[in-house]
Design a protein around this ligand. Structure first.
Ligand SMILES: [Zn+2]
Length: 371
């Protein structure tokens, strides 16, 4: 059965049928237009706002990001590449995965990549001025700062990186005030303590990106949210318009009200540069009203499910009863361990006994030495 997708031709957003779409082709109008074009002209055929163009932009940047990561730390994880795809399109979203899956590292790499991309012009129209990284504690600010320094050196980037642990607070505030920095690493309490500065007119829309690393507390306090939104470019007048609607229960907001509000937000965003917000969290606890606010303003996407990025295989081995079966099981287990790589659990039936366990251990150690 042929299905027509309205407005989904990757080149000109005309209607396209499922057969063409499924085989990577364009709509009929496009294909007719394309006839006779030379290969070099084909890329220019796709306008800047087309899906095809976006796809090419992502692919180019992904390749460059992998190169960049290899210079700095090694191959990025699949999950990190997935986050990158979203991030490079300037989307605001939450990363919700357990600790240890490389969220913090991703935040650092992504921010540095933006400066790197600025140099190589691969980001095209995107402007990158000041970036902020919010870490939960002073200790983590320190650690993050050290990694920023280490990574940027490896990437050959010369950046002005400041952090809220700096002893000379007067000098630090001066640097902030004069905007003499590229990246600022701060605790949420530093933001709150210096609310006046961060919500001043000069700081409206100062942030190209704010990466909030594991600071759930930030979503709990409307004061800190206000600071963040101001730095991303939303002024009080707009927020005053949004808040009353959001305070109402969802069911009481009329379609008309919603429409007007969204129109006003879009109008506001049209001629302004709004920063990007990436929020990382180990839990999926959501503070509904705040998320709704972020959703309205930034099309913010709350965290995705954990399983999406977990690569876990459940494997079991079965054998028919015969002689020498244990040796086969051991060999097979070793094969699977090798195939699946690091980080796994092996369960053995109790009745196999300790001798079997020891043999398996020896075998696996042998295999590891071979690798
Ligand atoms: Zn088309």
């Amino acid at each position: 059965m042929k299905v027509i997708y309205r407005g989904l031709c990757p080149a000109d957003s005309n209607d396209i049928d499922s057969i063409r779409l499924g085989s990577g082709r364009l709509c009929e109008i496009c294909e007719n237009k394309q006839k006779g074009l030379k290969i070099k002209e084909i890329d220019k055929f796709f306008p800047r706002d087309s899906l095809y163009y976006e796809f090419k932009f992502i692919e180019r940047n992904k390749r460059e990001f992998i190169k960049f990561c290899n210079k700095v730390i090694g191959k990025p994880y699949t999950a990190q590449l997935n986050w990158f795809t979203k991030a490079i399109l300037s989307e605001s979203f939450a990363i919700t995965v357990p600790t240890g899956l490389g969220k913090t590292t991703f935040g650092i790499l992504y921010i540095l990549y933006l400066y790197y991309g600025k140099l190589t012009n691969i980001l095209e129209n995107r402007k990158v001025k000041h970036c902020f990284f919010i870490a939960p504690t002073r200790l983590l600010v320190q650690q993050t700062y050290e990694r920023f320094i280490e990574f940027s050196k490896k990437a050959g980037l010369e950046l002005r990186i400041i952090h809220s642990n700096e002893k000379d607070k007067k000098a630090l505030k001066q640097k902030l005030k004069e905007k003499e920095f590229d990246i600022a690493i701060l605790t949420p309490s530093f933001l709150l303590k210096n609310k006046e500065l961060f919500t001043s007119n000069e700081f409206l829309g100062i942030a190209s990106i704010i990466f909030v690393d594991d600071v759930d507390a930030l979503l709990k306090r409307s004061k800190s949210i206000d600071i963040i939104l101001h730095m991303l470019g939303f002024d009080d007048t707009l927020l005053k318009e949004v808040r009353p609607v959001l305070r109402k229960p969802v069911k009481d907001v009329t379609v008309e009200e919603r429409k007007v509000l969204l129109e006003n937000i879009n109008k506001y965003k049209e001629d302004k540069e709004i920063g990007q917000l990436i929020f990382s969290s180990a839990t999926t606890r959501v503070f509904t009203s705040r998320i709704r606010l972020l959703r309205y303003l930034l099309n913010f996407e709350p965290g995705s499910s954990l399983e999406l990025f977990r690569k876990v295989y459940d494997v079991y081995i079965t054998f028919e009863k015969r002689d020498n079966i244990l040796a086969d099981i051991i060999n097979d287990t070793a094969k699977w361990v090798k195939k699946l790589g690091k980080g796994g659990l092996i369960f053995i039936p109790l009745d196999k006994g300790e001798k079997f366990l020891n043999e398996l251990c020896t075998k696996l150690k042998e295999e590891r030495n071979k690798l």
